[in-house]
Unconditional design. Sequence first.
Length: 318
Amino acid sequence: MCLVLQEHLYPGSIFQEGSSMKVNNVKILFFLFVYIFYPWARAALPPIRWPQAISEKNNEVIVGVIDTGLDLQHPLFKKSLWINPGESGLDKNQIDKSNNGIDDDRNGFVDDVHGWNFLQQNAEIKDEHGHGTHVAGLILSGDPRVKIMVLKNYHLKPEHNLMATIEAINYAVDQGVHVINFSGGGREPFQAEYQALVRAQGKNIWIVTAAGNEGRDNDQQGFYPASYSLENIFSVAALGKNNRRLQSSNFGKNSVDFLTLGENIRSAIPGGGYGEMTGTSQAAARTTGSLVKILLNSEQAMSASQLKEKISFAIQSR
């Protein structure tokens, strides 16, 4: 079968810098994948539980952000970047491992000290778009102990994004991430993506996904990865300032887990500033922020249902 992909414009996105507000006439461009259809079944895996020992031992949660990259120079992220221990410090020649051009930890990625660019296959993870920096800032607002792993996979030509996403998920799993935040999606499932997420579930990794910005019912037609029937995936729709679902947000009584604020949300943008964006991406990132705060402050292991209950309470309290 042919692989058909399409672009999608995030609706109603706006920036606010200082006291002036600018309506983004060229709306925030992000991607929706339309994947190859295939028959798939629910994975027979044991219930996922957050292992208590992780937060007790490390006192931090690593969040992999699959998005447009990150403004590494933004003051907000100065102390919040994930650092690959195998690519930091000095090598045997007293050269900084982070830029010595050597795959020091032999994981197949050269100088991946803060993450990887899965489109260009290099360590250049600078955010040239803005979406990824904004999302990461919202995640960090949940708890300063979060460490952001940058998983850049966005390209103006969406046909390049599909395999990059799958590679990003597998990389995050291999590098020991605890949570993955992903704001992309599409109307058809894709087997390789599903299998990568099954791997993540097997490692007790939580996945927070945007429900999509088409104003459609995901119960009628799925939006993936948000609609995969995996216990570790949380699907998030967007609420407006008027406490009603945004008209642009997808929804689903059975397929969406959370409905949280996603309109005119202020967060970091490239260049060291702050601005506002609107959409299910912002709602999902805020939910990830709530999730990590719960994980870091929990004294007991939790099932997915227990965690959902706590997240729902946290969302209502924000």
